[in-house]
Design a protein around this ligand. Sequence first.
Ligand SMILES: C[S@@+](CC[C@H](N)C(=O)[O-])C[C@H]1O[C@@H](n2cnc3c(N)ncnc32)[C@H](O)[C@@H]1O
Length: 295
Amino acid sequence: MKTLAEIRQKYQKKLDFLDLELLIAHIIKKPREFVLAHPEYELDKFKIENLKLKIARRAKHEPIAYILGHKEFFGLEFRVDENTLIPRPETELLIEEVLQEFQDTRYNPEYSGQNTKIIDVGTGSGNIIVSLAKNLESKKIKFVGIDISEKALRIAKQNAKKNKVDKKIKFLKGSLLEPFKKYSLLTTHYSLLILANLPYLSKKIYSSTPVDVKKYEPKSALISGTDGLNHYKKLFKQIKKIYVSCFMLNVTCFVEISPEQKPRIQKLIKIQFPEAKIEFKKDLAGKWRLLVIKL
Ligand SMILES: C[S@@+](CC[C@H](N)C(=O)[O-])C[C@H]1O[C@@H](n2cnc3c(N)ncnc32)[C@H](O)[C@@H]1O
């Protein structure tokens, strides 16, 4: 048996203080505050062995979210594993902006009488679409999550269930908007919101990411060709096809970007959607993070 105080003393040089607290809290199944408030609490040898294994994983740079198996995002808990990107706090900006959009009567079914569909392209753990389904209670909204990775989709479905919105969301496997290849599916009375936090790192930026990211998070969720824009270039072409083939379709896109991509994306949009109204938004760190396109 060892007390929390003894354990902390032993490992505090090996591990970041917060990480150590989170691992202990996870093992003893108590909140983090308990770990802080009860230095006298004792761990049996099985728990100590378990803790040692987890400390060793963290010491090899495995992200804490993968070790714990979950990550908090927009006040909800999401299961994550090596097949899903760990949701980032900056992505909460996208959720906030979409929720704000629903103040606009165009998208509020109660006011407009129109059906609204929200499609999350590159859904990963499902953090975006689940958070929205949870925060938008209107029954008329249809929620769809798409990912190319079957394994990520499996986790996304679990997260929808865990957060009690599995009946509201349809998950589809495929590349970008391909599952909607029969674009006629989208015609007439839909207001369409397309959300995308697709891979957007250039090769150069990816090479400078921390070892935790490079060694453990799926490369296929992060990198997108030399300039980081391969996915978005293809997506914009698909959106254009949808838009021109669906008369009167109301389309708004929310796209997370890497800050340095702003001028290049601006040019791309001007070519692809010359009539569109576009706006860039900064994240809490003051970096350009979100692009909103209104067609
Ligand atoms: C940057 S991660 C974002 C995950 C999640 N939306 C989030 O906010 O944390 C990008 C996701 O896009 C998926 N993806 C990559 N290429 C794709 C494609 N061509 N079509 C659909 N999804 C794709 C990856 O599997 C990954 O889950």
